[in-house]
Design a protein around this ligand. Sequence first.
Ligand code: C5P
Length: 370
Amino acid sequence: RALLRRLWKGDASARMLHPRLQKAMGAYLRANKHGVRFRGRRASGRSRTELLCALRGRVQVRTLDGTEPPFSALGWRALVPPVPLSRLLPRRLRTCAVVTSAGAILNSSLGEEIDSHDAVLRFNSAPTRGYEKDVGNKTTVRIINSQILTNPSYHFMDSALYKDVILVAWDPAPYSANLNLWYKKPDYNLFTPYVQHRQRNPNQPFYILHPKFIWQLWDIIQENTKEKIQPNPPSSGFIGESLAPVNVLMVLGERRVIATPFYGASSHLWSFSSSVLSRLAALRHRWLLKCILLMMNLCGEVHVYEYVPSVRQTDLCHYHEPYHDAACTLGAYHPLLYEKLLVQRLNVGTHGDLHRKGKVVLPGLQAVRC
Ligand code: C5P
């Protein structure tokens, strides 16, 4: 509870964690598995605006586009979706929701509020079925780590969780972001299933995050934290939150259709009404007529649920699994505590929403004056 209050105030420290977690953090610091060499300077007193400007100015949302070796020689230019995640610029999105998988979201009754957002981001294998009351049932993007693609228990190729949504995958590459090294030795080999999935589902938008983006986020966290943070990539949650303000997606109408047939078309197509888009889609890809997802480049506001925990804070790791471990919320491998402190500093929402809903509101980056 004391730690939770300090987290809400934004001044918690790793020294307040359970000794077991502190020990695990120390081991990760010593191991430095990804060869992190932080060259920046720590500047802990930055204001909210300064932080947002650092995020906007320095962190570039990038996905593999097939132009760099070794992917260029492997024909990835033709394999990746034709339009990059960050270049789709249709209309403005009002608000987006980022729903973490924390156990604390159980009994929150947040489902209706979550579904009222224009776009909803979820993580890994977190289901909605059976949990609609607390987590809602709309999913626009799913951010998945490389284990989801490689561990057969997730049934990545056939599970409905990974269909009709925009997929964004990532894997912890070396800090140097040397793509050749990473390709030879990924944490989990996500490349093979990615290729297979692209070939089988060419119309589903599916991207792999560029390691530079992931480590730029890490640099920002370390720069703005007094303590030494774990030299491991930020958690999916932080990655998702950082993705949302700049690249977000919108669900048009009740029936959503993946709009990939138009990705290559000129941008004025984006201003067509949803019914026109669906009719056009029907002409080309009848079977796709289940949903339309439009990538957006701007989210007015991002509402993040149960990332900075509410009063329901619990050691239950995920809302959908009977597994307890405080590390899921406070971090061992990921610098989760520090991510949360940073996000808390960016929060423009109310204390009441933070305590009761576990909700943090992040301003859209476009609205910030730098
Ligand atoms: O565990 P998993 O990575 O699938 O969860 C998705 C994200 O939700 C995490 O990366 C983390 O940012 C957030 N999370 C959390 N507290 C938990 C579980 C997940 O903050 N107890």
